[in-house]
Write a protein that binds this ligand. Structure first.
Ligand SMILES: [Zn+2]
Length: 318
């Protein structure tokens, strides 16, 4: 009996006798889209790897969680995501999963630069839709596209603000590793500064050249780098455009008003092809604004923006 008790005490003592390494406290982190996963990966560094919900080639606007993903979400110690403005599907899942959980919706982080969706661009403004807020003249598309544009990761200044917020939130949950999170975030901010300087030089070749994109996702990129988005085929939520919108865009883009039309990796290129053909604009390579065709990991954020610069400037080259 004495032997059994001492054995029991020994086994009880075992966990504390093995000094707990600090990584035992690192939370399981779930992220929504690849660029957010990349920023969290940079902050966590060697301490751990966040999980990613959005799958290869998927659109951020139209995604359905598999049961295994819902279970992983329920199990997460921290959810870092853009916010309900981008992914209502994740908002519903978070509500449905019940108990309060640490979450960091990045659009709500202080210092985040947000922009409202523009009106439908130059071609729609001609129609006098300049007061599109909460009036009731309605849109032929049948839904509202005013409000905050959630594609805020495409402004590198936001990525920098978010790195600090991610480090602070991880430090709050896992104070033992606070210094590591902070140091990793500082390194990542320096990396984005360098990337930004490089991209500023590259996007200068496209400055003020009118281009058409597939969905209204590039306002932050355009504001930051001085690009001229002439219009978008689909609205910011990437729902299929109506015939009236398409013909209006085609008319406005006719006669060389637009340099390039860019399809998107997550969507059928057919409409972009038709618009390019009908307007005489060049058909550019497919853009990947959410990075879902890229290899997830810490380097994805830079790869995403560099990929956009490669694709967009290639079409603008003489
Ligand atoms: Zn989008």
């Amino acid at each position: 009996m004495r032997y059994i008790i001492s054995l029991l005490l020994a086994s009880l003592a075992l966990p504390t006798s093995l000094a707990l390494p600090s990584w035992a406290e690192v939370p399981k982190v779930m992220t929504d889209i690849p660029p957010v996963h990349a920023l969290v990966s940079q902050v966590m560094g060697d301490l751990g790897r966040p999980e990613l919900l959005l799958e290869r080639g998927a659109s951020e606007h139209d995604f359905q969680l598999r049961p295994s993903q819902a279970a992983a979400l329920a199990d997460a110690g921290l959810v870092v995501w853009i916010g309900p403005e981008l992914t209502p599907w994740l908002d519903r899942a978070l509500e449905g999963s019940g108990e309060a959980r640490a979450q960091l919706p990045l659009l709500a982080v202080p210092g985040t630069l947000t922009r409202a969706y523009a009106d439908d661009g130059a071609h729609m403004a001609e129609e006098g839709h300049d007061d599109h807020g909460h009036d009731d003249h309605g849109h032929e598309k049948g839904h509202d596209h005013s409000g905050t544009d959630p594609h805020a990761w495409l402004d590198p200044a936001n990525a920098k603000a978010w790195l600090g917020a991610i480090a602070a939130e991880l430090a709050r949950i896992d104070p033992d590793n606070a210094a590591t999170y902070a140091a990793n975030a500082t390194t990542a901010v320096a990396g984005i500064d360098q990337l930004d300087a490089d991209l500023t030089a590259r996007f200068a070749t496209l400055k003020d050249k009118p281009v058409v994109v597939f969905h209204d996702a590039y306002g932050y990129l355009a504001d930051h780098y001085g690009l001229h988005i002439f219009g978008s085929i689909a609205l910011g939520d990437a729902t299929a455009p109506g015939a009236a919108r398409l013909s209006e865009l085609r008319d406005a883009a006719a006669g060389g008003a637009v340099l390039c039309v860019f399809p998107e990796a997550q969507h059928d290129p057919k409409l972009a092809e038709q618009l390019a053909e009908g307007s005489g604009a060049a058909l550019g390579p497919a853009l990947d604004p959410n990075g879902s065709t890229l290899e997830p990991g810490p380097g994805l954020y830079a790869a995403l923006l560099t990929g956009l610069a490669d694709a967009m400037t290639s079409c603008a080259a003489p």
